[in-house]
Design a protein around this ligand. Structure first.
Ligand code: CP
Ligand code: NVA
Length: 306
């Protein structure tokens, strides 16, 4: 049903509905129903960047589905010393059954999938984070019942992997997404303009205007992994985009707060908002596990019925 997952752009509406239906079932049945579609399968997990949620949820999910996770630090592999990603892919395909990868250059993930001819799941690149936004959409669907017509305001760095993936996810699911960022961090023009799905994406410089009537406010760190050299500039330009009580008060009274985490409390989000009853960030983090299990089942279970 799925061959892998490199970006949300690989999916159609049916795929999305299937992922959500299966995620809900696996969440409900966790710990009570035996389901081992990865029995006998080894899934390599190549990580070039830090991770808490992604690594732990994938290792847990692979184990729960009966497979064996093999964690590999990209910097300790020969690809870190000049072997090409294409040759790495050709070799890995002789040993394992699938690859989960978190790295910098999105092209490396594309090459890995092309030359391994094996299922590859993108666990974050500089450009996209599809597993995270699928968990985000699933969480919003759980809380709101349906995604169609919901208004999501994303406030902060408008051109990072999260903003890019959220644009595609909003378009595919029929949501209204407003990205609020300074001019210097405006959304990627190609993704912003892409004809895909039925949702609407817009940009609004003023965060107070962006959150008006929003059902959800979403933020991400101001300094993504790999952007550390720009820390000073980013903190300065993005400081008016902090998700704090004043901003939350400008949204719908029932607004809920999302963050992919890790949060840098006191920068993009205050403690008060993170720890408020409106914050559903830990439900969102939990859903990484259920959604990624659904993605892997849809790749590896050839008899799967949803
Ligand atoms: N949200 C997310 O991907 O978290 P980690 O960086 O901890 O994996
Ligand atoms: N934009 C962040 C997301 C972390 C999950 C980063 O790339 O560091």
């Amino acid at each position: 049903m799925l061959n892998g997952l490199l970006t949300i752009g690989d999916l159609n509406e049916q795929n999305l509905n299937d992922i959500f239906a299966l995620s809900a079932r696996l969440k409900r049945q966790r710990g009570t129903v035996e389901y081992k579609p990865l029995q006998g399968k080894i899934i390599a997990m190549i990580f070039a960047k830090s991770s808490t949620r992604t690594r732990v949820s994938f290792e847990t999910g692979i184990y729960e589905l009966g497979g064996h996770p093999m964690y590999l630090e990209q910097g300790k592999m020969q690809v870190g010393r000049g072997e090409t990603m294409a040759d790495t892919a050709r070799v890995m395909a002789r040993y394992v059954h699938g690859i989960v990868i978190r790295t910098y250059d999105h092209q490396d993930v594309v090459d890995l999938a092309k030359y391994s001819n094996m299922p590859v799941i993108n666990a974050l690149t500089d450009r996209f984070h599809p597993c995270q936004v699928l968990a985000d959409l699933f969480t919003m669907q759980e809380f709101s019942g349906s995604l169609k017509g919901l208004k999501l305001a994303y406030v902060g760095d408008g051109c990072c992997n999260m903003a890019n993936s959220l644009m595609l996810a909003a378009k595919l699911s029929g949501m209204e997404l407003v990205i609020s960022s300074p001019e210097e961090f405006k959304p990627d023009q190609e993704i912003f303009d892409r004809q895909f799905g039925t949702g609407k994406v817009s940009w609004e410089k003023d965060p107070m205007k962006a959150v008006a009537n929003a059902d959800y406010i979403y933020t991400d760190v101001w300094v993504s992994m790999g952007c550390e050299a720009e820390t000073e500039k980013r903190l300065k330009l993005l400081s008016p985009y902090q998700v704090n009580s004043q901003l939350v008060a400008a949204a719908s009274p029932n607004v809920r707060i999302l963050h992919c985490l890790p949060a840098h409390r006191g920068e993009e989000i205050t403690d008060e908002v993170m720890d408020s009853p409106q914050s559903i960030v830990f439900d969102q983090a939990e859903n990484r596990l259920h959604v990624q299990k659904a993605i892997m089942a849809m790749i590896f279970d050839k008899e799967l019925k949803i």
